[in-house]
Design a protein around this ligand. Structure first.
Ligand code: 3H9
Length: 706
């Protein structure tokens, strides 16, 4: 695209003496090469044309500009570069106005900041979310924002990545004018005319003076540096953001821009950027399934939840938060009162912290209904069963649902492991039965595994995805198997961890290695948090079908036999004295581990943290490959999204399958083959992994993402 001509994605229209420049690049007006060229050309044309007195930049559709085109990152750069485009906009000799009516994010806000005046409509959302992609604002954002709003506010925006509403942005000084609801272009034109009538000058953000009080700016930067070093452990770009803002305070504008460019390129090259961008696209791809493409969801206005325990209550809160009315079923009045209390306690906590008003709590609780009679679910559009994890108990619930629910109601089970095909086959309407696997606490955790049994109707699957969207969950489509995507893979890498524990690594060393890798907690802390009894029940259930040749580490059973289930019992792998939430290592556990090693005839050896992670990740990746090959996960990216959102996998590494690609599949396979020398049964390479290595391919090749 030559930079002299208008193009299809940047339209120009003369409105009196104002040149209206509209970006029309669906879906979000991202600043791809054509848009950049079009903007540059428009500004040059405006400068050269005596008939133009001012320029108005606007976005078509719902978005002003969603930022740089994320798909271009990691590819050879295409001119013109966005910083140059922004500088050219700022250098324009005629007033340039930006009319912001929707998201103006990242490079989108940077374009607006390069304009001389900004007007925003009520739906505007302004933010610099680059940090969430492992980047920093790289088109002048780190230099212009502090000059406009001061270092503290600029750092807060850039380090949190949060979106500011129009009113807040106005208060902060990020925009000059708030417009009321209406046509953004008309509002922008009126503002531009007003400016012209006043003889308003070209006003460049590079000359703005919010950084004058140097001592205050430096103090704000120091505070941010300390806070970031603590809070953003392991992350690359946040400290670079602080450094760039330091440059804004210390350096002349052009030198600050050069520093920003250098730091931006370092971020762009980092594996964290690749991991985070992968996660961004993966979660959007995962939210699509063959069924959402082919069918329309059924309407969902009323929700039923069977069971008011931890899961049932969490699910109810999640639905209530989304504005849906919920009817909860429990077996007797006492259990129902407990269920209601479990729900109410969440809101009471918010009120106590000042995050919710009493009135708002009352309004939410007014949407909650309870009953001990299933007939109360007669008009529910979707019912989620969250009772005890036992097939007979669940079948009994489903028999009741079959009896009372209206035709077409979606009947969902929140099982973590059980065979949903068998559950569906136990009633007369298997086409309406689906799995909705929430993660605890269900009102907080983002992941929702949508488990698709063989007989389910496609529009029921589409309805489950629509529900996930309403609940602001991150959905992943999973097939039926023991544990679906997440828990099935978890069971395998837990076995790898247990084997290392028996072979000589302490549970505390393993947890630390896993935390240092970027997980918020290690597998034994996680077990203590979830309750060791849950895994114990699963192991007992699986015992009859376990391969008798398979290694079975019994340490967890020894703890459970003592009633040490973790936090809730005051001890598990760790000690939780006086109700503490953070455990301390327990010498008695060390003694039990020693005794088990002896019983198993193992001579303990030492492990480096690196070896621990190699084994841990190899087990996760190998089982991930099986899950993909069996179509339990549609693509490797579905495994990645599951682990990032449900299992604390560090987002900046993209997910286990992305991580495997980063390490290189030949390396992962070589590790597995080396480990197989000790335990060939456990460390059998997944055929898909072998095949990909033989073809010289990677997991990304199976993702078909853009
Ligand atoms: C940056 O700007 C760097 C600069 O500082 C420096 C450069 C030198 N690019 O989320 P949705 C796609 S970094 C390409 O479902 P919504 C998305 O994949 C960037 N594609 O919609 C999806 O595609 P598909 C800083 C993008 O209405 C479709 O658009 N900006 C981009 O719920 C719809 O997306 C950001 O980080 C993009 N920038 O939300 C903002 N953005 O239909 C990232 C979206 O094929 N974007 N797509 O699946 C967002 O936060 C949301 O997309 C937005 C709309 C709020 C804009």
């Amino acid at each position: 695209m030559s930079s002299g001509a208008p193009n299809a994605v940047v339209r120009r229209a003369q409105r009196g003496d104002i040149l209206l420049v509209t970006i029309d690049n669906p879906p979000v007006n991202a600043l791809g090469a054509d848009v950049r060229a079009g903007l540059l050309a428009a500004i040059e044309a405006a400068d050269a044309d005596p008939a133009v007195a001012a320029v108005l930049i606007a976005g078509s559709g719902r978005t002003f500009i969603g930022g740089a085109d994320i798909r271009e990152f990691g590819k050879p750069p295409l001119p013109p570069a966005l910083p140059d485009v922004c500088n050219r906009i700022e250098a324009c000799t005629k007033p340039v106005v930006a009319a912001i009516h929707g998201p103006a994010l990242g490079g989108g806000l940077e374009v607006a900041l390069a304009a001389h005046y900004r007007i925003a409509l009520p739906a505007a959302k302004l933010g610099l979310p680059e940090v969430q992609l492992g980047l920093l604002p790289g088109a002048g954002g780190t230099q212009r924002t502090p000059r406009l709003v001061g270092a503290a506010a600029a750092l807060e925006m850039m380090l949190s990545g949060r979106h500011l509403g129009a009113a807040e942005a106005h208060k902060l000084g990020l925009i000059d004018r708030l417009a009321s609801e209406g046509d953004p272009i008309e509002a922008g034109l009126a503002y531009a005319r007003e400016l012209l009538a006043q003889g308003a000058p070209v006003r460049r953000t590079r000359d703005a003076n919010a950084l004058q009080d140097r001592a205050a700016q430096t103090a704000a930067i120091e505070a941010a540096r300390l806070e970031t070093a603590k809070k953003s452990r392991g992350l690359f770009s946040p400290l670079k953001i602080v450094e760039a803002v330091q440059g804004a305070v210390d350096l002349p504008f052009d030198e600050g821009l050069a520093l920003e460019r250098k730091l931006f390129l370092a971020c762009l090259d980092s594996p964290q950027r690749a991991g985070l961008v992968h996660a961004f696209f993966a979660e959007r791809e995962a939210a699509k399934s063959p069924e959402t493409q082919s069918s329309q969801p059924r309407p969902i206005a009323r929700i039923g939840v069977v069971g008011g325990g931890t899961m049932g209550a969490g699910i109810a809160v999640s639905c209530l938060d989304a504005g849906l009315p919920v009817t909860m079923i429990e077996r007797d009045d006492e259990a129902l009162a407990r269920g209601r209390a479990n729900v109410d306690k969440v809101y009471a906590g918010l009120v106590a912290k000042g995050r919710m008003t009493e009135d708002a709590r009352a309004a939410v609780m007014a949407r909650w209904n309870g009953s001990t009679a299933y007939d109360a679910l007669a008009d529910a559009d979707l019912v989620i069963e969250a009772v005890f994890e036992d097939m007979d108990v669940k079948k009994a619930v489903f028999a009741q649902l079959d009896r009372v629910c209206k035709p077409g109601a979606v009947l969902a089970t929140n099982t973590s492991y059980l065979d949903i095909d068998a559950l569906a086959a136990s009633i007369a309407r298997p086409q309406d039965v689906i799995g909705l696997h929430f993660f605890s606490p269900a009102n907080i955790m983002k992941l929702l595994e949508i488990v698709v049994p063989a007989e389910v109707a496609p529009d029921v699957v589409a309805t489950a995805f629509a529900l996930a969207k309403k609940l602001r969950k991150t959905p992943v489509r999973a097939g039926v198997c023991d544990g679906f995507i997440g828990n099935r893979i978890l069971a395998v890498y837990r076995q790898a961890a247990d084997a290392m524990m028996e072979d000589g690594a302490s549970p505390y060393q393993i947890d630390k290695a896993v935390r240092d890798f970027g997980f918020p907690m290690g597998p034994y802390q996680m077990s203590d948090l979830a309750g060791g009894d849950i895994g114990w029940a699963t192991r007992k259930r699986r015992a009859p079908t376990r391969d008798p040749r398979a290694r079975y580490v019994q340490i967890a059973d020894r703890l459970c036999e003592r009633g040490w289930f973790g936090q809730k019992t005051g001890r598990g792998y760790y000690l939780y004295e006086g109700g503490a939430r953070t455990g301390t290592p327990d010498p008695e556990v060390d003694a039990i581990v020693d005794a088990e090693r002896e019983r198993a005839g193992v001579t303990p050896r030492s492990f480096t943290d690196e070896e621990i992670m190699r084994r841990y990740m190899a087990a996760m990746i190998n089982e991930g490959a099986r899950v993909v090959a069996e179509k339990i996960a549609l693509r490797p990216l579905d495994v990645d999204v599951t682990f990032v959102h449900g299992y604390g996998f560090p987002r900046y590494r993209g997910g286990p399958m992305k991580y495997a690609d980063t390490v290189g599949l030949p390396q992962v396979l070589a590790d597995i083959r080396a480990f197989a020398k000790e335990d060939p049964l456990f460390w059998q390479p997944a055929p898909l992994l072998v095949e990909l290595v033989e073809r010289g391919a990677d997991f990304a090749s199976l993702n078909q993402t853009k």
